[in-house]
Design a protein around this ligand. Sequence first.
Ligand SMILES: [Zn+2]
Length: 327
Amino acid sequence: MDSSSRRQAWVLPFALIAWLPGCSSPSAQRAPSSGAASVNPITIDSTEEQIRQAVGTARVGSRLTPKSWPNGARMAVCLSFDVDNELLQRANPLPVPLSVGEYGATTAVPRILDVLDRHNVPATFFIPAMSGMLHPEMVPAIVSRGRHEIGVHGWIHEFWPGIADAAEEQRLLTQSIEYMTKATGKRPAGVRAPSSGFSPHTFDLIRRAGFLYDSSLLAADEPYEIVSNGQPSGVVELPISEVGNDYVYYGETANGSLPSPDAVFAIYKAEFDLAYQERTMFILTQHPHVGGRRSRIVQLDRLIEYIKSKPDVWFATMEQVARYVKR
Ligand SMILES: [Zn+2]
């Protein structure tokens, strides 16, 4: 996005802002343009103190890559799936766009579960409560495998900075936690903000809700402790990357656009290879209705196969990694 369109985006009405971010590119997020929680921009007149305050909500603290991973592994691999399905079409809930997302539940999630079963590897699914409600068979199918984790991903995949009301944001987060606790029989240990949208209140709400870890930020290639306003928070960050996300390549229309899945595989492989050398971790982020299309899931299968061909890789849920690195 160029600077003039960025300025235009800044003044878009709130309803449109709430629609703009899919689970796409966190760096493309706009600040909310209305409401009490809008963020003070950093300007040439900002003092050092104001700048420090502006950037201080959720920063990189202690690096948490352990000296050794469990059983002498070189690194950890986390496969994560943001099960957004129909909820990226909230502003346009017509049958055809909804069907693009519905595919995630009817076809892609079962297909992903099959691939994971075949390789006998765990994964972490971040599921908005409403995705679970629309497809009540989905969460039990994931839970029944016995090795996957389910984390919080909002109520209806709402964009938290667009809510502009801490109490309302708190209510939605609490509802989402309660729904997932009931649906899975276990309180979720982790959260990924829908569209990686953190409002100025979000981190505090996450910390106070007692989450072990967050997986929304992008500030490193390894686990770290989040420092908030200068204070170590005790919350582990398992950072994602746009490079390791299917959405940025294929977009949300699943219309068969290039790049070819082979090219995307080559990028994921290169990301994994360096993580293997660095002995840290590799997190892949896929959206079932996007990455679960036939030509694309073949590449996921191939990627898992490639990773499994390397010795000493620990496939784990994000909760397992967070618990291990927090020790
Ligand atoms: Zn999402």
